[in-house]
Design a protein around this ligand. Structure first.
Ligand code: ATP
Length: 270
């Protein structure tokens, strides 16, 4: 797959450009004037405490949640008023938190569903190359796969959709360390293909290691944006500690077992 850009794309435009974005659930505002940009071919890490609004930001960018104000541009095109499937058509792909797969269907049936109707010819080769185990399990019912394999299956949408901008929400959530390695390898592979990535990750160190830019969010507001190399440990800790979610010594590291890491992952599952 190549990270194809639409013929209507503006040359030199950011892959994803979010300006003044606001979102609400009912009367409660959870995103406030958020600006965020993912440059073409860049990796951006979006970090913040539980409830900061990271998932809502991704859902609003993808059109699953309507923007109350602000704009979303994908490869230079204004998609703010477009439905989720129309944004997907414009090369935006959301891999939601919680493995959005059909558990009662086989691996191959899920791959068919993960392939948008406009992608022709239909081939699952790219998904099987990214995750060879799925080729071996192609006839298996998805719900009987391990947690890591289910996450791989969810991630295949990024390959099968041929999207140029992929939003990945907590892909490593609850997985055993060996599976986390596989998922990060896959994310690196996507980035190496020129796909622009926005990552929400509990494995903060790993996300920062591959990110060109990091954004910190707190209570629906972006509080800091910049080069991960210049991010102070204290900045990061402050974002988490303000909500009492991650112990200071753990803020930059792997998800811990301290109170309120919010991952509920325990030892993880494979
Ligand atoms: P987490 O790491 O826990 O997923 P997050 O940073 O992704 O947190 P969101 O899930 O975007 O945060 O939640 C932002 C706020 O919106 C929280 O206060 C949350 O309780 C609230 N919220 C999220 N989803 C809904 C919903 N469907 N209806 C009402 N409120 C919601």
């Amino acid at each position: 797959m190549s990270a194809k850009r639409d013929a209507r794309d503006a040359p030199g435009a950011a892959a994803l450009s979010i300006r003044g974005l606001r979102a609400r659930y009912g009367t409660v505002t959870v995103l406030r004037d958020v600006d965020l940009e993912v440059g073409a071919g860049q990796v951006v890490a979006l970090l913040g405490a539980n409830g900061a609004g990271k998932t809502t930001l991704m859902r609003t960018a993808a059109g699953v949640v309507s923007a109350a104000a602000g704009t979303v541009h994908v490869n230079g095109a204004d998609v703010t008023r477009l439905a989720p499937n129309q944004r997907a058509r414009r090369s935006l792909c959301l891999i939601p938190e919680g493995r959005g797969i059909f558990r009662n269907l086989t691996v191959e049936e899920n791959l068919r569903i993960n392939t948008p109707p406009w992608v022709k010819p239909v081939s699952f080769d790219s998904a099987y190359q990214a995750f060879p185990i799925l080729a071996e399990r192609r006839k298996q019912i998805a719900g009987t796969l391990s947690g890591g394999q289910q996450q791989m299956l969810a991630l295949t949408r990024a390959w099968l959709s041929q999207a140029s901008v992929v939003l990945v929400d907590e892909a490593s959530m609850g997985l055993a360390p060996v599976m986390v390695d596989v998922i990060f390898e896959a994310l690196h592979a996507l980035a190496a293909r020129g796909v622009s990535l926005l990552l929400v990750e509990q494995y903060v160190k790993r996300a920062l290691a591959m990110a060109d830019t990091v954004y910190l969010m707190k209570k629906g507001v972006v509080t800091r944006a910049g080069d991960p190399a210049t991010l102070e440990e204290s900045d990061l800790a402050a974002e988490y500690l303000s909500h009492g979610t991650v112990a200071a010594g753990n803020a930059r590291g792997e998800p811990g077992t301290g109170p309120g890491t919010g991952t509920g992952q325990g030892a993880g599952q494979g």
